[in-house]
Design a protein around this ligand. Structure first.
Ligand code: XMP
Length: 562
């Protein structure tokens, strides 16, 4: 397999398992697992590992809302793909072992003064190219064709009439429904290009010159039903890439890379039991065994049975060197008398750092800290201006921490999307309850007991939440819902049970669907399920006398109540 080792600025899947990058830290809360580099010092150390890089399809990002989706679609074809900024140089791209290039769409017009330009290497690299929307316009413009504002702007469904057969449209013919989203169109083709198909508003909606193809429509969106076939034709047929980028292949390569980087050194991992840290820890353990030590800080704010499950799965089943630190009392003491949600978060975060720090120091010299950073965090944390630099140079220091707690970061999942991480987790033998777990906030149940966290209330919420989770699971809805949980309000209302009057708390049920937690819709749970939850909670949790369902989406609400 090809290799590289030069720190050029782009992260490849394996040669940069170790980085100094801070994951997304701005604007908490955004992630459901605490990312330690936001909290602990991570020292900047450059390494130049020589490691395998899987053949890839490089997607140049011209700013389309669908850019990341193109990468995902290619990966769904079991071919590795990576999104890179549109101004990436050939030296940087070459490190990714590219076998084909896709130019994304984008919001610009080629005539805008600040429009992103086509890197010169694209025309000369000799690789198959698929230029989509703005990518096509840019390519045509650059190679001497003509781009003009469309007479009719096309946003939404259209029909592509195929005129010519080509490898890109192998197995397809006639009229194909496609999704358009453009203002400009190519009106004259550059020399050597031939039209393959047109839509009513765009004469050159599919064009070709050898292995260079251009599409005015978006094959990556579901509204182009043949899009998957077109991308498969490009990736497998035109570029000749085999569908061999699988979870097992990833694990094999990552294990080699981790071994190569870590050598005989030790690695520390904060294991929360969430999907990302669980998969990262298991993967690293597969590579280096007991050189990995995991610290599981039990903050007393976990859900029913969770701490026991983490210990069982990771210590007893996976045989990880897991230190279970029961710091419940310390967290509860830190929360005593605190009502403000942000102050609760701050105290929990600070206590976590202190506990983790103490435990880490007990272990002696451990140079590496493992984190479950994912690809979306990596993409989001890179601004256009700092994209290269931010990924490999920046190190995030939090003031006030002892300098002897500085780590080199190891982030084996930083090139994976969440669903890919889940596949890797299953392949590593983790139980589905861990791998398909819903996100759970770092501050845990503390942000679901409204106001001051009193141990008795915490226990009431824990029992009520267990009932909600049980009923959601029994209805088979757990995986369809992003998050579903209970919130204990301090409101007390009157009820009647048997012949007696009751007076107890109002419990709110929250269930949302979402793709990334940035926006969310309240889940349309069947009335029967809501009914079962309500009945079961009031019957089984004496302190709760009334159940309400939260029908607020995000925005304007947030997912958590605090
Ligand atoms: P909100 O409530 O802001 O939550 O809509 C978005 C996502 O983030 C989770 N969340 C947190 N995760 N620390 C975390 O690690 C936090 O302080 C925190 N607050 C909310 C929440 O569960 C949802 O998935």
């Amino acid at each position: 397999m090809p290799h590289n080792g030069v720190a050029s600025g782009l992260t490849s899947p394996y040669n940069r398992l170790m980085t100094n990058t801070p994951p997304t830290t701005a604007g908490l809360p955004v992630v459901a697992e605490p990312h330690l580099s936001a909290q602990l010092n991570a020292a900047a150390v450059e390494t130049e590992p020589v490691l395998p890089v899987h053949p890839s399809v490089v997607v140049l990002d011209f700013g389309s809302q669908y850019s990341q989706l193109i990468t995902r679609r290619v990966r769904e074809l079991n071919v590795y793909s990576q999104l890179v900024p549109s101004d990436a140089t050939w030296e940087q791209v070459r490190e990714l072992n590219p076998k084909a290039v896709i130019l994304s769409g984008g919001p610009s017009s080629v005539y805008d003064p600040d429009a992103p330009s086509l890197p010169p290497w694209v025309a000369d690299c000799g690789l198959p190219v698929l230029a989509i929307c703005y990518g096509l316009q840019l390519l045509a413009h650059r190679l001497g064709g003509k781009v003009e504002p469309a007479h009719v702007r096309e946003y939404g469904p259209s029909v592509l009439s195929l005129e010519q057969q080509s490898p890109l449209f192998a197995g397809l013919s006639g009229d194909l429904p496609v999704w358009m989203s453009h203002g400009d169109s190519v009106t004259e083709l550059p020399e050597g290009f031939e039209p393959l198909g047109s839509t009513p508003a765009a004469r050159y909606s599919a064009v070709r010159k050898g292995d260079v193809y251009g599409l005015q429509f978006h094959p990556e969106v579901v509204h182009t039903p043949a899009g998957k076939q077109i991308l498969a034709n490009f990736v497998h047929g035109v570029a000749g890439l085999a569908p061999d980028w699988t979870a097992s292949e990833f694990i094999e390569d990552a294990v080699t890379a981790i071994k190569g980087q870590v050598g005989s050194e030790r690695v520390l991992c904060a294991l929360s039991g969430g999907v990302d840290s669980s998969v990262a820890a298991t993967l690293i353990h597969k590579a280096i065994g007991d050189q990995l030590t995991c610290i599981f800080v039990d903050n007393g704010l976990l859900r029913q049975g969770e701490a026991v499950q983490v210990v069982q799965v990771f210590r007893d089943q996976q045989h990880l060197d897991l230190r279970h630190v029961d710091a419940s009392d310390r967290f509860l003491a830190a929360l005593s008398g605190v009502v403000d949600p942000e102050e609760k978060r701050r105290r929990i975060g600070e206590t976590f750092i202190r506990v983790f720090e103490e435990e880490a120091l007990k272990l002696g010299d451990v140079p590496y800290l493992a984190q479950g950073t994912l690809y979306p965090d990596v993409i989001e944390s890179a601004t256009p201006a700092t994209r290269y630099a931010a990924k490999i140079k920046t190190h995030h220091n939090v003031g006030g921490l002892p300098s002897d707690l500085s780590f080199k970061l190891i982030e084996p999942l930083r090139m994976l999307f969440k669903d890919e991480v889940r596949e890797v987790g299953i392949r590593l033998g983790l139980p589905p309850e861990i791998v398909h777990r819903q996100p759970f906030p770092g501050p845990g149940l503390a942000v679901r007991v409204l106001g001051e966290v009193i141990p008795g209330d915490l226990e009431v919420l824990r029992r009520a939440d267990a009932v909600v989770r049980r009923e959601i699971a029994a209805a088979g809805l757990e995986r369809q819902i992003w998050q579903s949980f209970a919130v204990l309000t301090p409101l007390r209302t009157v009820g009647v049970m048997g012949d007696g009057r009751t007076y107890g708390n109002v419990l709110a049920i929250r269930a949302v669907t979402s793709d990334d937690a940035m926006t969310a819709a309240w889940a349309r749970l069947p009335y029967e399920v809501l009914d079962r939850i309500s009945t079961a909670v009031v019957n089984e949790v004496r302190e709760v006398t009334r159940v309400v369902y939260d029908v607020t989406s995000k925005p304007p609400g947030t997912i958590e109540w605090e």
